[in-house]
Every structure is written in structure tokens, then in C-alpha cells.
Design a binder for this molecule. Structure first.
Ligand code: GLN
Length: 312
């Protein structure tokens, strides 16, 4: 990873960090003990350019569980393995307008609305190729590692806590199995999904992963192709409409980039052909999005004209 010595983007990130670090709105997630005990003062911002330069400010090296941000990459893998049509027989591409843990299944087909909410992510996990849960998870982890350009850790404690707190997700999985949209058994599906949530990333990783999406599947730091340009476009599209849960519409209005948030306070954005951004701050708003992450993104999108629908 290359950083510039006199870097104007890093200067902006530093100013933003200084201004927003006094914003204490929101609450850390109470879903599992590790997240409930997270240090709410942590705040990291990183931007990765299309040629792989990383600018950063704050706690960019602190590791946290990737949580729902993994959903974008599992979706990329399912699309690569099965193709868009086969995936869309089982999971839709419509914003649900509901919370990430909602039971939002289409009435006629039993499909969950989209792959960025829990129900849809469980279905996507089942669609990933692999003999068993171990192999499927190994493939998802490898894909995230290729997008980040390094080996990623795994938090065994988070995984155990997620398993102990998985009643609702498990219920969703059973429900979708009876509706026919979940093609695999419940237990292995839960294992894949909760393991992917427990992979450890840093804010810098998220910026590079975002830039990989923005570059149409090529990691700009390593130069490796991680998935096809077509897959990147599908994933970015669904991130744009569904990535911020029931804030996705307002996000598109005020920031305007494809994005995905997670319950640990991570946030990834990808401006097609331009930057990837990683943001991390554990306190969440009522929809489950990082308060400082959203505020910083709004500022940066305006400053650098990142809105995907910016007119010439
Ligand atoms: N592991 C969390 C869950 O399934 C992830 C949700 C999220 O990040 N929004 O509830």
C-alpha cells in the first residue's frame, strides 16, 4: 500500500476526523457482547484511489468484524458461481424499506427482497459453490482477502457469540426453507453466514475492497482481478439501492454512491471508476448505520463530487 507524503485527500480526512470525533450520537450495537463492549471513540477514515493510493486518518489499523459488509462480497461470489439469472430465482433486487433483520419475503415466490438484508444474505450463502460449509466459507474469505489484498483474520469469539444470538436469523432461514428460496440446510447456512460476519477487517481494508468494486473487480493495489466487471456492476447496483437498509433512498439522495454498512460500525463505499472509501465508527443510528460514517460520507461526497448521478 502506497501513501503520499503531502496528500491533500489525507488532509481533508484529517480535518473531518477532527471535526466529527466529538460527535457522540448513536449507540453501539447490543446484539453480541463484543460489539456492546466496543470502544465507541474509535474512528477511522480511508480512501483508495483508482490507481491504488491510500489516504487515511484516525484508527485505520484497528480490526473489527466485517459483519454485513461481507454480504456484498458473498453476493459477488454467488453471481460469479451461478450467474445472475440463477441467483435471482432465489433472491430479489428490490429495496425492502424494512430493517435488516426483517422477514421480507415476496409473497408469490418466497424470495427475500435483496441480498443486502439478512434474509437475502442467508440465501446467497447457500448459493455459493462448495461441498460443505467449510469450503463455502473458505471461498468467501478468499474473495474478501483478494479484494483487500491481504490475509484477513477471523474472530472466533465473535463467531461463538453470533451463534449464541442467532435465533432470529435461524428462524428466517427455516422460514425461507419452507418457502423454497433457501436451497441448503439451515445449520450449514447459518455457519457460513455467521462465519463471514466474523472475518476481521480494518478501515484501510474496506477502502481497498471498495476500490476493487469501483475498479470493476480489479484490486488497484495488487492488480489482481477478483471478479468480473459484470459482477461488479450487479453488486454495485444492489448496493446503491439496498446497501444502507431502510436508509438506502435517502443515502442515494445525500451521498449517491453504492455503499454497504455493517453492525460493527464499518461502512464501505465505491464510486464507479473512482474511489473506494472505508469508514469505521461503532456508534449506530436507529437504522443500524454508523453515525460518523454517514456524516463523513456526506461531507466527502459533496467535496469530491462523488454522487454517481453527477451531471457534467
Ligand atoms: N451478524 C449480524 C446479524 O446477522 C449482522 C447484521 C448487520 O451487520 N447488520 O444480525
Amino acid at each position: 500500500v502506497t501513501t503520499l507524503i503531502d496528500d491533500p485527500i489525507a488532509r481533508v480526512l484529517g480535518e473531518l476526523h477532527e471535526r466529527l470525533r466529538h460527535d457522540y450520537r448513536g449507540e453501539v450495537s447490543a446484539s453480541i457482547p463484543t460489539l456492546a463492549n466496543a470502544d465507541h471513540k474509535l474512528f477511522g477514515l480511508a480512501v483508495c484511489s483508482p490507481d491504488g493510493f491510500v489516504s487515511e486518518a484516525g484508527d485505520v489499523d484497528v480490526e473489527f468484524s466485517v459483519q454485513s459488509i461481507s454480504k456484498a462480497f458473498t453476493y459477488a461470489l454467488a453471481l460469479s458461481d451461478r450467474g445472475r439469472e440463477a441467483v435471482h430465482e432465489h433472491v430479489g433486487a428490490e429495496p425492502s424499506g424494512e430493517a435488516f433483520s426483517a422477514i421480507s419475503l415476496e409473497e408469490e415466490t418466497g424470495r427475500p427482497d435483496n441480498p443486502m438484508i439478512n434474509a437475502g444474505a442467508l440465501v446467497t450463502c447457500a448459493l455459493v459453490g462448495g461441498e460443505d460449509a467449510r469450503e463455502k466459507f473458505a471461498r468467501i474469505r478468499s474473495l474478501m482477502e483478494a479484494a483487500a489484498g491481504r490475509t484477513l483474520g477471523f474472530d472466533e469469539t465473535v463467531y461463538e457469540e453470533e451463534q449464541a444470538a442467532s435465533d432470529r436469523n435461524r428462524a428466517l432461514a427455516h422460514f425461507m426453507r419452507s418457502a423454497g428460496s433457501l436451497t441448503d440446510e439451515v445449520d450449514p447456512t447459518m455457519e457460513v453466514y455467521l462465519r463471514q460476519c466474523s472475518v476481521l477487517v480494518t478501515t484501510r481494508d474496506l477502502a481497498i475492497m471498495g476500490a476493487t468494486l469501483a475498479r470493476g473487480g480489479i484490486n488497484p493495489v495488487t492488480g489482481d482481478r477478483v471478479f468480473s466487471g459484470e459482477v461488479a456492476r450487479h453488486v454495485l447496483t444492489v448496493m446503491a439501492t439496498c446497501g444502507m437498509y431502510d436508509y438506502s433512498g435517502e443515502w442515494l439522495l445525500t451521498v449517491g454512491t453504492p455503499a454497504k454498512s455493517g453492525v460493527s460500525g464499518g461502512l464501505i463505499t465505491a464510486s464507479p471508476g473512482q474511489f473506494g472509501m472505508g469508514l469505521f465508527s461503532p456508534k449506530l443510528d436507529a437504522r443500524g448505520n454508523s453515525v460518523r460514517g454517514v456524516a463523513a460520507s456526506q461531507d466527502l461526497a459533496e467535496r469530491f463530487q462523488l454522487h454517481a448521478l453527477t451531471l457534467p
